[in-house]
Design a binder for this molecule. Structure first.
Ligand code: NAD
Length: 352
């Protein structure tokens, strides 16, 4: 890749993610940001912007000789900017969510197809260590057939107070972390969603959802819960996974601590019972320790996120994308369904 030279990239939107892409692309070794466009000229004063060409408008950036464009603006602008970039012959790597809804994304994908350009979405969370551990246990059936997987992001700071709190900009948590968590689940489970139900709530935020719970059942028998909660002062585990032969949890995305408990081959019934102050229970009595083994979480997982950029550059030269447009369209379709379920208080039954 290096031998063919680093690809020249233009970034639209030079905020948090615009700068992130400049830094990470540089580190990927396959491309470098050379030009930026932001509607707010103050963004050009950032020290990192010094070596870059600063464009006066989108047209100027798209008139440059660039190998691809990264769209890192608020969500409501993704469709328009992506289509303009595609129409000037640029490949596009777009921030998530790819668009405001599935219909908008279909328009972008039609434009990319008719112009023969590569379009992909920055689903960087596919490389998170916590997710890769879950995916490994899932793919290798380390705990047998999974039957319930819970994926949660919980914090206590509410929605950051910028465009993310405004509906018109595509704010809210389902369109934010919801996109990542749903993309991870769909990419891993690889089976049609046959049933879905959701709660999309505003608890602290005036306009946009700051709490999301989505339940999904897949055709292959896997059931999932995806939750984004921005006001939980005591967070629950990031992941909880129940399979045929055991369970495990991962505490959070930074430490990726946790443990796995797997049934021993000869299973004896749990011994005795447990007594709480107000009554006995055999159902929830502790399991006899000789019936299971505690194991460490698998550690050997691929977490080099810069491979997202390397793969995108490879796809621009004819290779196969990791984050495929059809997968992103399915994520958007499911998000549309989850909004509708929450609004109407109904559940989805079908095949998605
Ligand atoms: P931000 O507010 O920090 O930056 C957005 C920038 O876009 C601002 O500088 C703003 O002035 C500029 N802008 C707005 N409208 C524009 C337009 N029409 N043309 C040019 N510039 C415009 O926001 P952010 O946190 O960087 O988020 C940007 C995108 O990245 C969003 O879609 C968000 O969902 C996504 N994001 C992704 C991740 C991830 O991990 N993949 C993390 C954070 C944000």
């Amino acid at each position: 890749m290096e031998a063919r030279g680093r690809k020249k990239v233009g970034v639209v939107g030079y905020g948090t993610m615009g700068k992130w892409h400049q830094d990470k692309l540089g580190k990927s070794g396959v491309a470098e940001v050379v030009a930026i466009y932001d509607i707010d000229p103050e963004k050009y004063e950032a020290p990192e912007a010094a070596p870059l060409k600063k464009c006066a408008n989108l047209g100027e950036l798209l008139s440059l000789s660039l190998d691809f464009v990264i769209v890192a603006t608020p969500n409501d602008t993704h469709k328009g900017i992506s289509i303009k970039a595609i129409e000037t012959g640029k490949h596009v790597l777009c921030e998530k969510p790819a668009a405001m809804n599935a219909r908008e994304l279909e328009d972008v994908l039609k434009a990319a197809e008719s112009k023969g350009r590569v379009f992909s979405v920055h689903q960087n969370r596919r490389w998170d260590r916590d997710f890769r551990i879950v995916k490994k246990v899932y793919d290798e059936r380390i705990l047998g057939a999974p039957f319930f997987i819970e994926s949660r992001m919980q914090g206590s700071n509410g929605i950051p107070g910028d465009w993310r709190t405004k509906k018109a900009f595509g704010g809210g948590m389902l369109m934010d972390w919801g996109v990542h968590l749903i993309d991870q689940i769909l990419w891993m489970v690889k089976s049609p969603v046959v049933e879905a139900y959701s709660q999309v709530l505003r608890i602290k935020s005036e306009e946009c959802d700051d709490q999301v719970k989505a339940m999904m059942r897949f055709e292959n028998g896997v059931n999932t819960l995806v939750e984004v909660n921005t006001f939980s002062l005591i967070p629950e585990w990031r992941w909880h996974f129940c399979g045929e032969y055991g369970s495990f949890y991962i505490d959070d995305i930074m430490h990726c601590g946790g443990s796995m408990r797997k049934l021993n081959p000869v299973i004896r019934p749990a011994a005795g019972g447990a007594i709480a102050e107000s009554g006995p229970t055999r159902t929830f009595a502790p399991r006899s320790p000789d019936t299971y083994t505690d194991l460490p979480l698998p550690g050997d997982v691929e977490t080099d996120y810069l491979n997202l950029y390397r793969n995108f550059v490879d796809a621009c030269e004819g290779g196969e994308l990791i984050v495929k447009p059809a997968e992103s369209l399915r994520v958007m379709r499911l998000i549309d369904v989850l909004f509708e379920c929450a609004e109407k208080g109904v559940s989805f039954k079908g095949r998605l």
